[in-house]
Ligand binder design. Structure first.
Ligand code: AMP
Length: 355
């Protein structure tokens, strides 16, 4: 299991994926004395902009991957849809391990894995055909949501199904799917933890999260009492997931707080949007602790150091974003993306209060 040794000052951390999570990881790695090397298929990577090195190549290019691996002292990823087959030859060098990545990439596999550890996802059924969908709806009922089993993010690849008629009208994608019953939740929240190679685990405080059209829009701490009452149980499951995977790095699990306790939604084998508040709100941010874990350094304190924190995602045009800076509580993080496409995360603002 990686990492077998500590990465020394001046060492290079390789990051697969070139988006904003990689950018914030690279920014957190710099004060620890590390250089980051971004591996991305994109020419205009926002992570590469703040990193020492970049390789622009497809994730399926074994020669480029081999050269990248030789140049790095530790390797991690910031994007969970990185194809795992081409990475097998590097399996013992990547943290978190490929099993975590493979589990999180397939919603059906992930739900089964979590059920085996005593977790409770929404009622679900794998769907590969219209007949499967009809049977799933007969058993689970409506409303529900049909999701592609793989490659979905930020609400993409999801279709809300309110009635049997909706199900008959839906055009099934040419991909494995899963049908989930709609969960009546009071709130959504996430558990974010960091686990070291020696099995030490630390949790950040759990935030309450609001989504808009499947995309996270707001994260708030402290959460409402209904969430606070369910955090312990959700942490217990998250810890079992991390231990079972021999996880190294930051891991996120998202939950629905319901009248019957926490219902597992999904996990992310990486730093998470609902943890951005930790940059200003916690003693050590999720980004710094992820780098510490994959580099074999001691983990930092995850305590909350503010009395209140709120993170809003900036989606769409951010040309006037500097106006938030007149608010003394606001911390602005722009990701440097040149094009504001619909639903694209362009930055975030965290507001923190000490009193
Ligand atoms: P996901 O990509 O699966 O996390 O879905 C994005 C968001 O859609 C979630 O955070 C919820 O707000 C909503 N959602 C997804 N699945 C369900 C479900 N089975 N029941 C209720 N809300 C859901």
């Amino acid at each position: 299991m990686p990492p077998s040794r500590t990465v020394e000052v001046g060492g290079t951390i390789g990051i697969l994926g070139g988006g904003q999570l990689g950018r914030m990881l690279a920014l957190a790695a710099a004060p620890l004395g590390y250089r980051c090397h971004i591996y991305t298929p994109e020419r205009d990577s926002v992570a590469a902009e703040v990193a020492a090195e970049v390789t622009v190549a497809p994730f399926t290019d074994p020669l480029a991957l081999g050269r990248f691996a030789e140049a790095c002292d530790a390797i991690t990823f910031e994007w969970e849809n990185v194809p795992t087959a081409p990475l097998q030859f590097l399996a013992d060098r990547i943290a978190p391990g490929l099993r975590a990545l493979e589990t999180a990439q397939d919603r059906v596999k992930e739900k089964r894995f979590v059920e085996n550890l005593g977790g409770r996802p929404a009622p679900y059924a794998p769907v590969d055909s219209a007949d499967d969908l009809a049977r799933a709806i007969e058993r689970i009922g409506t409303p529900g949501v049909l999701k592609t089993a793989r490659d979905g993010y930020d609400g993409k690849g999801q279709w809300r199904i309110a009635s049997v008629r909706d199900a008959q009208a839906v055009r099934l994608p040419q991909a494995a799917c899963v049908y989930e019953g709609w969960v009546q939740f009071a709130a959504e929240f996430s558990v974010i933890l960091v686990r070291s190679a020696t099995g030490e685990v630390r949790f950040w405080d759990s935030t309450e999260n609001r989504h808009d059209g499947g995309i996270l829009s707001l994260t708030r701490w402290p959460p409402s009492p209904v969430v606070a009452a369910q955090v312990d149980e959700a942490r217990g499951l998250s810890l079992r997931i991390a231990d079972a995977l021999g996880y190294v790095g930051v891991m996120t699990a998202e939950f629905f707080a319901t009248d019957n306790g926490p219902v597992f939604n999904e996990m992310a084998p990486r730093v998470h949007n609902s943890g951005h508040w930790t940059i200003e709100g916690a003693a050590t941010s999720q980004f710094e602790n992820h780098i510490r874990a994959v580099a074999g350094l001691p983990l930092g304190d995850t305590s909350t150091i503010v009395t209140r924190a709120e993170m809003d995602n900036l989606i769409g045009d951010v040309s006037a974003a500097h106006s938030v800076l007149s608010d003394p509580a606001a911390h602005l993080h722009l990701y440097g993306k040149s094009e504001a496409r619909e639903g694209r995360k362009m930055g975030h603002v965290t507001r923190t209060w000490i009193k």
